[in-house]
Design a protein. Sequence first.
Length: 253
Amino acid sequence: MNIQKISSDKKEDEIERESRENLAALYRLYSKFGWTDLNQTHAAARVPGNPNHFFIKPDEFLMEDVTASSLAKVDLQGNQVAGDFPVNRAGALIHAAILGARPEINYSAHTHSRAGAAVSCMGCGLLPISQHAGMILPTVCIHPYQDVTTAADECEALAHDIGKNFAMIMENHGLLTCGRSVGECFYYLYYLETACKIQVDVLSSGQEPLLLSNEIVDGLFADGGVPKNEPSGAQDWYPQLRWLDNNLPGFRD
């Protein structure tokens, strides 16, 4: 079990504050990249030192309005345990399922973007068309459509289908990624979203797509995919924080 541990040189409240800031930043990046679907998608962060609880955005807030202090707290059964405003029940259950199934995972993100939803409706799934797809394809899995609020076994099915993967196409629905760090979660979400956009563009062009070989995909994934030790994505995450501080400040409040 690889739960977030409290460092001896940081106080617990400082670690929690960092987690809250990271999640608030991730929500604001949804706005930057156009992943908001009005206000109906969510990301979550496990509470450091309390693995059975996670942070999530209340429905009251637009993505670009989310701050570290505005986040609500939910348990792994999807029940809200803290926060001034109510959370989305379906969103809470989806993230509860993923975080409950993967104790080493600390962040999860779910989107209903236009391109992601389009690819989720394609029987072919994500094709090895682009370098972006090749960077993540070996860790992309498929989950058949069910309504999490009405299907009794949906959370169990989500937990089963994610397996050891870091990215999921939820058929007829959207995309989901997860990570041990916020940077890793963001890394997979960005590449999956971009790969879907490229696939929609190529298939709509009417041109015959050029597909990457399995050998090329394996090489790209070995170079940029799930590492053996340290989670990837930090090199992409910290520049995004700087962009937010310069362009959408206030998420740390």
